[in-house]
Design a protein around this ligand. Structure first.
Ligand SMILES: C[S@@+](CC[C@H](N)C(=O)[O-])C[C@H]1O[C@@H](n2cnc3c(N)ncnc32)[C@H](O)[C@@H]1O
Length: 446
């Protein structure tokens, strides 16, 4: 939640005219007024705009466009009626190919500025569906007593309040088109003000909605929820505490969501609250690219760091001699093992470890690996990188959801560990949003 602060002076109300100079890493337009940098929502480089201030701080200010005086060629009209209000998207005003070009420019810039490294070769971007791609989400739920209405969706842009939206064009339509119906059903429940969030997990053929409930629903509530689930082809579950307390409604079967990699004959099963990649089409392309870039063969001993439920480990095991997957979350490790069994893959091993801590005592960490894949969360992987001196992989592929930590870690790989960055590129995992998914390939030179 943004820090509350008391503003001494009211914000100036008169619009100010500027030309946008560049884009900030979150996609906002950057301009200067009297030497101070201004971050302006939905403004594109080259555009002349009139903006009003939405915040003024000591070192920077923020604003929003009130009058677009010239239009960038990259600008399109947003598809969603809630764009600008809902905090889920920040790139809908940018044409699809320009979005990915901008993300690529941002990646190259972060490598240069943070990692002090140039990208010798750009991988072609991986492109998938621009809409309706998102299959995992945590949606907020809020009963608004004054309106006797339940809101379901995402927070407002830079505000802690839930946005009043009736649909989401980025979510898979099985859920994205039913937000009003979902809110209407919840407003009929006796526990309508005791449901803070819904965990959405949409598998290939299954849709599981796990309702976090602060009080148990009554029998009548359960009946309403069951009927809604049957009508909309969704499996509704209840979550009384942590993620391991998710259970189906009384009398309903447990539905295990799954996704498949048909070309490799692999199927992953997962629990609703577990991490899975949100965009299946890009995930499939990303796995194929990782296998290609690592040029896997039967002599390879591969280490897959931050392996989750084995999303890369099991596909890599189809080509490599052995693959060892390491993951911090024990339930994910257990699930990865089950997925290996389920797919008859017996050259993949999985171990739990916190990769931000000292791992030198783990037997798996004392082995050698000639190829490494790593796919950390936003914090990056700096703590585990110095083990590369021991493991000495010849080839490393780094998948990242945060270009700034990728760039920082690339600086360590190149400037401290004797690796060369050979290629990097972006993937359109999160169209319409400012999130940048990318990949970098490193070769050992020493
Ligand atoms: C971006 S996800 C990637 C998961 C997997 N590679 C996939 O494609 O589904 C990052 C994973 O890193 C794990 N993780 C985060 N911090 C960790 C840590 N300190 N040690 C080990 N694993 C960690 C998370 O639990 C998560 O599964």
């Amino acid at each position: 939640m943004p820090k509350k602060r008391t503003r001494k002076k009211p914000l100036p109300e008169t619009p100010v005219k500027v030309t946008i100079e560049s884009l900030a890493h979150d996609g906002r337009g950057v301009a200067h007024v009297e030497g101070k940098v201004i971050f302006i929502d939905e403004a594109l480089p080259g555009e002349e705009v009139e903006f009003i201030y939405t915040d003024i701080r000591k070192d920077y200010a923020e604003g929003k466009v009130v009058n677009l005086l010239s239009r960038s060629e990259d600008r399109v009209d947003a598809q969603c009626a809630h764009y600008g209000l809902c905090g889920g998207c920040s790139f809908q005003h940018v044409e699809a190919t320009a979005q990915i070009r901008i993300k690529q420019e941002l990646l190259v810039d972060q490598f240069k500025r943070i990692g002090k490294v140039d990208v010798p070769e750009l991988l072609p971007p991986l492109i998938g569906p621009h809409w309706g791609y998102r299959r995992k989400a945590r949606m907020g739920v809020k009963y608004v007593a004054k309106k006797n209405r339940v809101l379901v969706g995402f927070r407002e842009r830079r505000h802690p309040y839930l946005a009043e939206i009736d649909s989401c064009v980025v979510m898979h339509p099985i859920v994205g088109s039913q937000l009003t119906a979902l809110g209407d059903m919840i407003s009929e429940l006796t526990i309508r003000d005791k449901i803070p969030q819904i965990e959405v997990a949409i598998g290939e053929d299954q849709c599981v909605l796990s309702f976090r409930v602060l009080e148990p629903p009554t029998d009548a509530d359960q009946e309403l929820m069951r009927a809604f689930g049957h009508q909309h082809n969704m499996s509704l579950c209840l979550q009384s505490k942590g993620p391991d307390t998710i259970v189906p409604l009384d009398g309903e079967p447990e539905i295990i969501p799954s996704y498949a990699l048909p070309d490799l004959g692999i199927e992953f099963k997962f629990r609703p609250a577990m991490f899975t990649q949100v965009n299946y089409e890009i995930n499939r392309q990303m796995i194929t690219r990782v296998i290609d870039l690592l040029a896997l063969n039967a002599d390879d001993n591969v280490l897959d760091l931050f392996c989750g439920l084995g999303n890369f480990t099991l596909p890599m095991a189809k080509f490599a001699g052995t693959v060892v997957g390491i993951e911090g979350d024990q339930p994910l490790v257990n699930h990865a093992k089950e997925n290996a069994l389920h797919n008859n893959i017996n050259n993949a091993e999985f171990y739990a470890a916190d990769l931000s801590k000292d791992i030198s005592d783990h037997p798996w960490a004392q082995r050698k690996y000639n190829k490494i894949l790593l796919d950390p969360s936003r914090a990056g992987a700096s703590d585990v990188l110095h083990y590369f001196k021991k493991w000495q992989p010849d080839l490393v592929v780094y998948v990242s959801c945060n270009p700034s930590t990728l760039a920082r870690d690339t600086g360590i790989m190149v400037n401290e560990l004797g690796y060369q960055l050979i290629k990097a590129g972006v993937m359109d995992m999160f169209p319409q949003t400012g999130h940048v998914e990318s990949m970098a390939v490193f070769k050992r030179t020493k």
